[in-house]
Design a protein around this ligand. Structure first.
Ligand SMILES: *Cc1c(COP(=O)(O)O)cnc(C)c1O
Length: 356
């Protein structure tokens, strides 16, 4: 049966990415070797790295003066690397949930952290508004898309300081004004590639301003100076990332992805909002994520949660169980998910509702 993959991460990849990765595992670039067994210093892999970096720059319209890195350690390592490299005295953080929390915890090891606002009072089901970012901070950090709660900030904020953003779960789903940021980072496994690589976009002159010693591997400058090839990079995820980037370019870039993502999300939220038995956990439409749609059964039907997951699985739907801290359901509609899968989910919801 055809599967409809709504997993939150690792998550669905384009068929183009899977097919080309599978082919390269057998024979990479006509070398007669698998991508799993070639030197990262080979000219064939260097070409992959160069093209992947160039395509990230092209797709996100990155101005001059920025480096694109592919490092290991996941987005979670960036929670520490960012303050290690940028936090001299004080940084401002927006607290929108678990991932923001983890970033804040690491930043506190390096300096003062001012939390400008939090939505903890309502289990992070909205985006805080009307906060002020102090002007005497080294940077302002926020999470663009809160994968667990299904909230998202889709407009680059206007603040007077440079910004750092965790875009792990919505990078390449909209055009971004990169010039507003010192660092953008994203684990690959949500909208780009298999787990193992983290994409980091770093502004050259954001570096070198802290007085502390930085261990070689944790210093962005080490990797920037060596074109992200200081040590062995995650070869296979980078190869897969290149396939996804090529696909994005081929279909019309991030503007086209945004159009498709908006259409998918609109259809699913519409089905939830008009349902007798389901309801969205994020009420304010402006705050709703187009990547992770969180919903629950209304209280009077709450005991049917497992029944719906089981019913959905008979339609080939996988990965819709909500995160344990929110409960209910979460349908992740990453770039690679086709509209057809949303249609199948919406039909399953209607069929289930009609039986209740
Ligand atoms: C998944 C996720 C992370 C964690 O990524 P790892 O690569 O597992 O460290 C961090 N931030 C956000 C927003 C995420 O969705």
């Amino acid at each position: 049966m055809k599967k409809h993959n709504f997993y939150a991460g690792p998550s669905i990849l384009t068929p183009y990415t899977i097919k080309n990765t599978a082919d390269a595992v057998i024979d990479f670039a006509n070398t007669g070797l698998s991508i799993l067994e070639v030197s990262h210093r080979s000219k064939e892999f260097q070409a992959v790295m160069d093209e992947a970096q160039a395509l990230v720059k092209e797709l996100l319209d990155i101005p001059a003066g920025y480096h694109v890195l592919f490092l290991g350690g996941g987005a979670s390592l960036q929670f520490a690397m960012v303050p290690y490299n940028l936090l001299q005295t004080k940084a401002a953080y927006l607290d929108t949930g678990v991932w923001a929390h983890k970033a804040i915890k690491e930043a506190k090891l390096f300096g003062d952290v001012e939390i400008v606002a939090t939505s903890e009072d309502k289990n992070y089901n909205y985006i805080p508004k009307n906060y002020t970012v102090p002007e005497d901070v080294d940077y302002f950090h926020y999470t663009t898309n809160n994968t667990i709660y299904g909230t998202e900030i889709r407009k680059d904020p206007d603040v007077k300081v440079r910004m750092v953003a965790d875009m792990s779960s919505d990078i390449f789903s909209r055009p971004v004004d990169v010039s507003k940021y010192d660092i953008i980072y994203a684990g690959a496994q949500k909208n780009l590639a298999p787990a193992g690589a983290t994409i980091i976009i770093v502004r050259e002159d954001a570096l070198g301003h802290v007085t502390r010693q930085i261990p070689t591997m944790l210093n962005y400058k080490t990797h920037a100076d060596k074109g992200s090839m200081f040590n062995t990079p995650p070869v296979l995820p980078i190869f897969s990332a290149l396939q996804t980037l090529k696909y994005y370019k081929e279909v019309g870039g991030v503007k086209e992805m945004e159009k498709r993502d908006l259409a998918k999300a609109a259809k699913l939220y519409e089905a939830i909002d008009s349902s007798r038995v389901f309801e969205a956990t994020v009420k304010d439409h402006e705050d709703r994520s187009i990547m992770n749609v969180c919903f629950v059964l209304k209280p009077e039907y709450a005991e049917m949660e497992k029944a719906f997951i089981d019913f959905a699985s008979t339609k080939g739907i996988v990965g819709i169980k909500g995160h344990r801290s929110v409960g209910g359901f979460r349908a992740s509609l990453y770039n690679a998910l086709p509209m057809e899968s949303v249609d199948v989910l919406v039909a399953a919801m209607k069929e289930f509702e009609n039986k209740l």
